[in-house]
Design a binder for this molecule. Structure first.
Ligand code: HEM
Length: 507
């Protein structure tokens, strides 16, 4: 037995270097080399500058893995990305754009060439989500869903959001009393989880008292980047779908859990109609002229789950950075507290009208999103051959395009002293002088964030509820402005993925 174990590898090796297998190996390697490198002159031949690609990653592994934010700065300042430059994801060419007019052309003027996001998350379940729908199907679904996010619909979600915000303020106060410090990133995560569970699933999640509820546990799995999810993501990014689809899909089980939650609520509400006007109900109420529901059950499940994915981390990231900015600048914080107190007095409580009457808080939030945009870059896929305006550079259908939110938002030519936190950059008279694409935290054009109003509204209520009762202060370990960003993950995160602050009850 032992003898066989020793000789077998040698026998295989000997066979491999015999003429036929050796020829097959050489041909396969040559084919792989050709497939990976055949596009490497794609940008050079079009006269577009950019970093030199190398096997097998395309652009320097070091930069790819240093985090989106650092990589985008590198492309923006060192490779001509401030206007535009070309790079490679493996062997796929990608156009990186920082030029504001070109961003406007791609996202607005010539939108019909760039309707779609890249195709990802192979599971059939995700394919019906708005963000992955393509062309006419996307347009149709977006038109049906858009009224769900109108200002009048938001008003109906004010009370539930306020209840969750008050739970947040109580939780922060209690944490502070018990431990002498508050992990605000975690606290805001609980708030956005409860609020999206209530508004999109009709579920009472109670994250402040039960962080291990089934809902929170499954939601955490979506955002936790399980190794199988990363493998699937990489496979889908870098391999043809016909091969990638055989990778185990971790999201299927999680999708089934949320599908079950939504279907049970739909069934319950159909038997017992209620006056609740949350997103789930609004999606259920989309009817055609014959009174039939437009969105199928599976589409409603997909959209509710998408709201959880798209709305949970993004909004809690915004709140985390806003809390940091207020804590490290007490003068700005006092101004916000004063505005909240005045609005509450004027409108008789922290009601919808009071929240809509806080222009300074609005500017603080805008400036937070400028300096710390949760999403570093937007993506579009070119669906029809396109010539970059004012040039003779043609990009073929299928080319992926990155639009640099982070680069634009921290560009000193657009925002003098860009690392300074200054809410007055968003005074109406200052704002109107800027290019419309100089501020794009929610994207741009018809495919921008459908829930922008809701996200801002939710964030304002959370901050106002906290500012009514508490003053945030830095701990001795809190870094001064600007907060260094963590290297991994798709969204901006404070270095170390935590933000401990002090929260002192107001006198
Ligand atoms: C501060 C919070 C948020 C930020 C910064 C944000 C940012 C974005 C960005 C950058 C996009 C892509 C836009 C583009 O490519 O032009 C997007 C799309 C989207 N967001 Fe948000 N988002 C936030 C909150 C939310 C919330 C709370 C929800 C749901 C309740 C949501 C739902 C969506 C959906 C469904 C899309 C896809 C739209 C489409 O493809 O038509 N987002 N968001």
């Amino acid at each position: 037995m032992l003898g066989w174990l020793m000789t077998a590898p040698l026998a295989v090796l000997r066979w491999l270097i015999s003429p036929v297998p050796l020829t097959v190996i050489v041909v396969l390697l040559a084919w792989a080399y050709y497939s990976f490198t055949k596009n490497f002159d794609f940008w050079k031949s079009r006269g577009v500058s950019g970093p030199k690609p190398c096997l097998p990653w395309g652009n320097e592994v070091g930069k790819m893995f240093s985090g989106f934010f650092e990589m985008d700065n590198w492309l923006y300042y060192e490779h001509g990305g401030k206007k535009f430059c070309g790079l490679f994801e493996m062997h796929h060419p990608v156009l990186f754009v920082g030029d504001l007019d070109l961003i406007r052309s791609i996202t607005i003027k010539d939108f019909d060439h760039f309707v779609n996001q890249r195709d990802q998350f192979g599971a059939e379940f995700w394919k019906e989500t708005l963000i992955l729908l393509r062309d006419a199907k996307w347009k149709e679904t977006r038109a049906v869903m858009s009224p769900t996010f109108s200002a009048s619909k938001l008003k109906a979600m004010h009370q539930v959001t306020l209840d969750n915000a008050q739970n947040l303020a109580k939780y922060v106060e209690k944490q502070m009393a018990e431990t002498g410090v508050v992990e605000v990133k975690d606290a805001f995560g609980r708030f956005t989880m409860d609020n999206i569970a209530a508004c999109a699933f009709g579920v009472n999640c109670n994250s402040f008292t039960d962080p291990n509820s089934q809902f929170a546990t499954n939601a955490a799995k979506i955002h936790s980047f399980h190794p199988l999810m990363i493998i699937r993501f990489l496979a889908e990014t870098f391999l043809p779908y016909s091969i990638a689809k055989y990778c185990p899909d971790y999201s299927v089980k999680i999708g089934a859990f949320f599908g079950d939650v939504v279907m049970k609520t739909i069934a319950h509400r159909e038997k017992n109609p209620s006056s609740t006007r949350d997103f789930l109900q609004l999606l259920m109420d989309t009817k055609d002229k014959d009174g039939k529901r437009i969105l199928s059950d599976s589409s409603i499940v997909a959209q509710s789950s998408l709201f959880l994915i798209a709305g949970y981390d993004t909004t809690s990231t915004l709140l985390t950075f806003a809390a940091y900015c207020l804590a490290v600048d007490q003068e700005i914080q006092q101004r916000v507290q004063q505005e909240v107190d005045d609005a509450v007095e004027r409108h008789g409580g922290l009601n919808y009208e009071a929240i809509m009457d806080m222009p300074y808080l609005d500017r603080v939030i805008s400036e937070t999103l400028r300096l710390y945009p949760p999403v570093a870059r937007l993506e579009r896929v070119c669906s029809k051959d396109y010539t970059l305006p004012g040039t003779d550079i043609h990009i073929p259908a299928g080319t992926l395009v990155f639009l640099s939110v982070f680069g634009v938002h921290r560009d000193a030519e657009l925002y003098p002293d860009p690392l300074q936190f200054d809410p007055d950059r968003f005074l109406p008279e200052v704002k109107e002088k800027r290019h419309p694409c100089a501020y794009i935290p929610f994207g741009s054009g018809p495919r921008n964030c459908i829930a922008m109003r809701f996200a801002l509204f939710e964030a304002k209520i959370a901050l106002a509820a906290m500012m009514r009762q508490l003053t945030l202060k830095p701990t001795p370990q809190t870094p001064p402005h600007p907060m260094p960003l963590d290297d991994d993950g798709f969204l901006a995160t404070p270095k170390g993925k935590k933000l401990p602050l002090l929260a002192v009850p107001r006198e």
